[in-house]
Design a protein around this ligand. Sequence first.
Ligand code: ARG
Length: 454
Amino acid sequence: MWGGRFGGGPSALMREINASIGFDKRFWREDIAASKAHVAMLGAQGIVSAEDAATIAGGLDTVAAEYEANGVPEDIALEDIHMHVEARLAELIGPVAGRLHTARSRNDQVATDFRLWVRAAIDEVDSSLAAFQRVLVARAEEHEETVMPGFTHLQAAQPVTLGHHLLAYFEMLRRDRLRFRDARARLNENPLGSAALAGTSFPLDREATSAALGFDRPTANSLDAVSDRDFALDYLMAATSCALHLSRLAEELIIWASQPFGFVRLPDAFSTGSSIMPQKRNPDAAELVRGHAGRIAGAMTALVITMKGLPLAYSKDMQDDKPPVFEAHDLLMLSLQALAGMVETTDFRTDRMRAAAEAGFSTATDLADWLVRVAGVPFREAHHITGRAVKLAEDRGVGLAEIELHALQAIDPRIDESVYQVLTVDASVRSRTSYGGTSPERVREQIERAKGQI
Ligand code: ARG
């Protein structure tokens, strides 16, 4: 491709280090689509004849059909997907294939192909996120009233409903979808026509190639267009944020599946056994989702570090932009689907959840609030009184609701019979009616809102 001024060919090692075909063949469809848009525009502008443009377009269709049928051959001497397509085109249609590369460089070509690929990847992730949200809403609907302990510091804090807890993840995924949508909107500008870095002297119609490839507009600055990988970083950052949410949910499922918790029984389809310990039922899929989040964050870091020191415009370092994005995307898609499958089919052990909520003095705040509301005690003092009641219950090994009235009154005489109405976990949950709170009626509203947002 640059034989004009070179005497000898590259060494075997040069070829090996230079080649990207092993991974960039993944966007052969985008490469051919961009070439077809380019050559149609060259024909329409009279930069190549209409006849040559038609021959090239037909040849590109043949290459696409071959790749579709047989896969992309890998020849490291041909370096990357762009050269593979062009070389095969030349074999099929002869020297006229050489006109395709008029007013174009692999620098704007790769930037265009990769943007198209990432755009499709975002759309794929978005559908999986929406599917996951549907699962969360469906499970939340089943458990609007299921009481479980809510935690802070992984210590029982206040009772919540399982529906409320599941919807917390709905919110995280909602923000992830917004991040991906935002990334997609910024990505959707067309680098094609920027050529190597400076633009070109040919009378291109960049609006035409933009429209043909579904871009909103051409990129505004050719130097930026060929050296920008923000779209890949935006994808990776959104993927990292999403993966971290998935990892937190995976972590909860792992904890909940442990024997001391026993809040869930993971489905057979997403558990593994042990070759030595017959009783085991390991949450491997959840652990791998948690593990993959680390690799996705690593992929993001890798590209940040690749890009951070590069002068304008293109440097070959940028060829390394693709493996982290491909890896992160594959891991994210797998994680999303596996975790959604787990949540969909997990057996929630509501009896265990309720027992844990009842065991942890999780209605202590309700007692303090009662003292404020009914007996007019300042909250700080109410906190102190409640602390003494908890200590008594703890010493006796009973729940707050099991302490007799006279014992509570010995702690504070302002306490009366009606306090027992707030000491059950159900009453506690029902009373949390503030907007966004855990009461079943508020959870139902959250579910309705969520349905409208999917
Ligand atoms: N395979 C290259 C990449 O992925 C294509 C761009 C090559 N451009 C160049 N000036 N060598 O980045």
